[in-house]
Design a protein around this ligand. Structure first.
Ligand code: NAG
Ligand code: NAG
Ligand code: NAG
Ligand code: NAG
Ligand code: NAG
Length: 352
């Protein structure tokens, strides 16, 4: 067992050759330990100069590839074009980069393809309208990145075709999270057309804890088919009963699990939007945890077709009075059931 473990570990290590730390004076005021170069402090300095200088002292390419770059500086406001020069990192992490306002669209142009993970934690000014296109251009350089996690920032929308600005990029992104570490809502209100279209490997799309109130029908369209389930988290937003354009989720080309918890204005799921979604693929699922519906006749379809959808709809609760909620199974929908026949009978039935 132990031997097998060692073989696995050593073969993994053999494939990724990382440089040892340079002497700290070579990268001052940044510093390095365990292959991680950290640039911290409370005053601004020129990162690009530091990496240009470091490059001059390193002869071989293997010496220029480090495990991680950490920006933990509260005054640096910009990552400029080609900020790392020939220095390469597998991970980029921003920690409380409070003044960081702009990441140039070309910041990672040369060596962005080595980055596997981009994580921003704490607060930053990233995503202000004036620079949000730059930010996505920069993300478009990270073609082999598997995970992008953002945190408290100024992003107000996800642009149209946010990924896919370079043709044939073959993005490896699996996890995209716009609010990973905070329970405070972000500022995203809208998602552009075909925003994630070229992210064919995407598995976890986390758009919860924002202010989204409208989603166009092609927001979640994808280029290529896949059998891998895509998890879309839309919990804690401003979604209401007309926020989903008809046809949405019908061109994902893969199974989708949709998480809709805590959208208090979402009083029912529109049959015209959500029944086609559930019908299209038996593996598609919707969870409504902590989002009790107003169970009037708009919700009747979920009970009428209960057997058909029993494995696909979970946690459907109905709001009864201000505080209480019950499973939709306990709600009588008698008057709705007659609704479909009312014309045939020539009898007017008032529902609701
Ligand atoms: C980095 O160093 C290498 C070799 O030392 C050199 O060929 C290259 O031009 C340098 N690149 C930059 C951007 O300074
Ligand atoms: C970032 O800087 C703060 C303040 O100097 C320090 O407390 C914290 O440990 C640093 N975090 C990292 C990940 O370097
Ligand atoms: C639902 O959201 C849309 C889009 O923001 C808005 O225009 C509409 O007024 C909302 N409807 C209700 C009933 O709140
Ligand atoms: C999905 O699975 C089916 C059945 O196993 C297979 O025929 C199909 O080629 C797969 N599609 C993709 C895109 O992998
Ligand atoms: C949509 O939801 C709002 C409250 O969120 C409600 O006032 C309105 O009646 C709903 N629309 C329909 C058609 O039920």
């Amino acid at each position: 067992m132990k031997i097998l473990f060692l073989i696995i570990v050593s073969s993994v290590l053999a494939t990724i050759i990382l440089a040892a730390c340079p002497m700290n004076y070579l990268i001052n005021p940044c510093h390095c330990s365990d292959g991680r170069i950290t640039c911290d402090g409370e005053y601004s300095y020129n990162l690009k100069n530091i990496f240009t200088k470091l490059n001059r002292t390193l002869r071989h390419e293997v010496d220029r590839t480090f495990e991680e770059f950490v920006l933990n500086n509260t005054d640096i406001s910009e990552l400029v074009d080609d900020v790392f020069g020939m220095i390469r990192f597998r991970k980029i992490r921003l920690v409380d980069a409070l003044s960081l306002r702009r990441i140039s669209g070309n910041a990672f142009a040369k060596n962005g393809d080595l980055v596997e993970q981009f994580v921003a934690s704490g607060e930053s000014l990233l995503g202000e309208d004036a620079h949000s296109n730059d930010l996505f251009d920069a993300f478009n350089q990270l073609t082999n990145c598997k995970r992008i996690w953002l945190n408290r920032n100024r992003l107000r929308s996800i642009p149209t075709v946010a990924f896919g600005k370079r043709a044939n990029s073959n993005f490896q992104l699996e996890e995209l999270n716009f609010n990973k570490f905070s329970s405070k809502n972000g500022n995203i209100r809208s998602v552009g057309n075909f925003a994630f279209y070229y992210l064919n490997q995407l598995t976890y799309l986390y758009l919860s804890h924002q202010r989204i109130n409208y989603l166009p029908s092609n927001a979640f369209d994808f280029e290529r088919p896949s059998n891998r389930t895509l998890y879309i988290y839309l919990g804690n937003n401003k979604l209401n009963n007309t926020s989903f354009e008809k046809g949405i989720f019908l061109n994902t080309k893969r199974p989708v699990h949709l998480e809709l918890y805590w959208n208090p204005d979402l009083t029912y799921l529109d049959e015209k939007v959500f029944a086609p979604f559930l019908d299209q693929n038996k593996q598609n699922k919707i969870s409504l945890q902590d989002n009790p519906l107003t169970c009037d006749c708009n919700s009747y379809w979920m009970v009428r077709d209960k057997e058909k959808y029993q494995d696909q709809l979970s946690n459907v609760m109905c709001k009864i009075g201000p505080k209480q909620s019950f499973s939709i199974d306990l709600i009588p929908f008698d008057k709705c059931a007659n609704n479909g026949k009312k014309r045939n009978k020539g009898k007017l039935t008032i529902v609701n």
